[in-house]
Design a protein around this ligand. Structure first.
Ligand SMILES: [Zn+2]
Length: 129
């Protein structure tokens, strides 16, 4: 297990966003795809829904918290996943592009697929989370 490096907040930016579909390229779930459930920018890790499951053996802590084995998705380092492009469907590296966009034409960073050159669609807001 590599040790987590905690980045300062102003440098903590990931190319993987919540709601993205990613392909896992290393570890026990390599080759599989899943949706990003949560991101941890400061440690550069993401939780992929239903993947990298670890079984936690918990001791009972009183009647409200019974013990047992709980399956929990553990964070994966971002270098071990690749974003799947929403346009061409391939796992790809990401370029960043600053262009004026939206109704107010404000300059925002767009993520561009290195394979097809099209902007990757953000899904965070459309999933209603
Ligand atoms: Zn693409």
């Amino acid at each position: 297990m590599t040790k987590s490096i905690i980045k300062p907040l102003h440098k903590a930016k990931l190319h993987v966003h919540k709601g993205d579909t990613v392909k896992i390229i290393a570890g026990k779930d390599r080759g599989q795809e899943g949706r990003v459930e949560r991101t941890f920018p400061r440690t550069e890790r993401v939780i992929v829904e239903g993947h990298n499951i670890a079984k936690r053996h918990l001791k009972a802590r009183g009647p409200t918290q019974p013990g047992g084995i709980i399956e929990k998705a553990m964070p994966i380092h971002v270098s071990n996943v690749m974003v799947i492009c929403t346009e061409c469907g391939n796992p790809t590296r990401i370029a960043h592009d600053r262009v004026p966009q939206g109704s107010d034409q404000k300059v925002r960073v767009r993520r561009i697929c290195k394979k097809c050159g099209k902007p990757i669609q953000e899904r965070t807001r459309t999933t209603g989370e």
